[in-house]
Ligand binder design. Sequence first.
Ligand SMILES: C[S@@+](CC[C@H](N)C(=O)[O-])C[C@H]1O[C@@H](n2cnc3c(N)ncnc32)[C@H](O)[C@@H]1O
Length: 470
Amino acid sequence: MKRKRTERIVFENVEVLDAGAKGVSVAKAPDGKVIFIPNVVPGDVVDIQTVKKRKAYYEGLAIKIHSYSKNRIEPVCQHFGACGGCKWQNMSYEQQLFYKNQEVQNNLKRIGKIELPEFEPILGSEKTLFYRNKMEFSFSNARWLTPEEIASGDEIGKENALGFHIPKMWDKILDIQKCHLQQDPSNAIRNEIRTFANANNLSFFNPREQEGLLRTLMIRTSSIGEIMVMIQFFYDNQEERELLMDHLAVTFPEITSLQYVVNGKANDTIYDQDVVLYKGRDYILEEMEGLKFSINAKSFYQTNSDQAYELYKITRDYAELTGNELVFDLYTGTGTIAQFVSKKAKKVVGVEAIPEAIADAKINAERNGITNCDFFVGDMKNVFNDEFIATHGHPDVIITDPPRDGMHKDVVDMLLKVAPKRIVYVSCNSATQARDLALLDTKYKVTKVRPVDMFPQTHHVENVVQLELK
Ligand SMILES: C[S@@+](CC[C@H](N)C(=O)[O-])C[C@H]1O[C@@H](n2cnc3c(N)ncnc32)[C@H](O)[C@@H]1O
């Protein structure tokens, strides 16, 4: 162990032991404390320099690799390392699945502290690259410079960037040339927008100064070839806006839905903004098992469409429907799960907070000729109450698929009060799911668990749990 002038400690020849939450790996310092290190793989033997010292742990960086783990692979992406998007691209997919499964197991055991059945094997994604149907990029007039660029000593002026936020730096954008997450023409569209905007002096956003025309870009694609492009401007300049939008429409005639938002707020969320249709229609269509789903700029749709199909099949199996059940689909989004299970249920009631998503859910159900689904808008903790049950009936099965924060305590309490014979809990955050399962434990036992990987190359993992009344 050497001490450096900077007071940063260097630990030499340390073996990386584990891959933990948030995509960072874990090693042990000679003093017994845990060290969190990005961009290394369990099995690597490295020298680590600490960058942060806390009571219980260190955060560090690998400054030298002595030997590589057998589970290491060459990352395919030129942006790996600087970009926080695919932290596990240097780990074999088999190992990624191992650690994802372990994360779910640990959370359910340590946070949930409940009795668990043996897990069904984690379901990997067939596509491990180009699997995302939605990407959001940010414009910035202050491109993130890599350490190599800075070390080169070359004079680098302020440059525009269109890409991703550097992890933990809200105002720094990494310029992306090729991203391996979304199918073509995603890369071509993004790169063309940057080239055209630079050539025509359209200004890129500066989040510190709150100035610049171009703010964000969203691209959505569907498995049946439809494409949505939405540009967010900071202010309206009709001439410049039309210049860019017309260029996109001509260069990419395959765009199904070309839209924009003018958002002068400090933050760039579009949920409270009007999205304006420029060309085509204001939604794209996705297809699953013969069902068509329209997706608008604001709607939630599972980002890995192929794997969403697998997730929904597991959810439907876990619901064990016979055709006679009243099913509630809580956090229904655009009503995809509700419609997916509707053939096997007497009736499905979907609830969701975003009005546009519910509008889509209704349109989708009509387009699909589904007549046994009803959809309602509202914040779950307010809507899902005694009156709701009195109006819509007592559900036999409840499917719940909340956002990362899990369910509000009032929603969990209501589940316990309603006490359907079966609950299927789909979650993208097994830590909050475990917390909720612990609360449900007074009346429910967990009967099936199956993690599903929707997000290869990242540490994220979805988990489906079946609960039965005790
Ligand atoms: C993980 S998504 C699930 C969507 C859907 N089940 C699917 O598979 O596409 C969670 C959904 O919960 C909605 N949501 C978030 N907070 C909510 C709340 N407090 N009340 C109702 N819905 C909420 C979000 O808008 C989002 O559509």
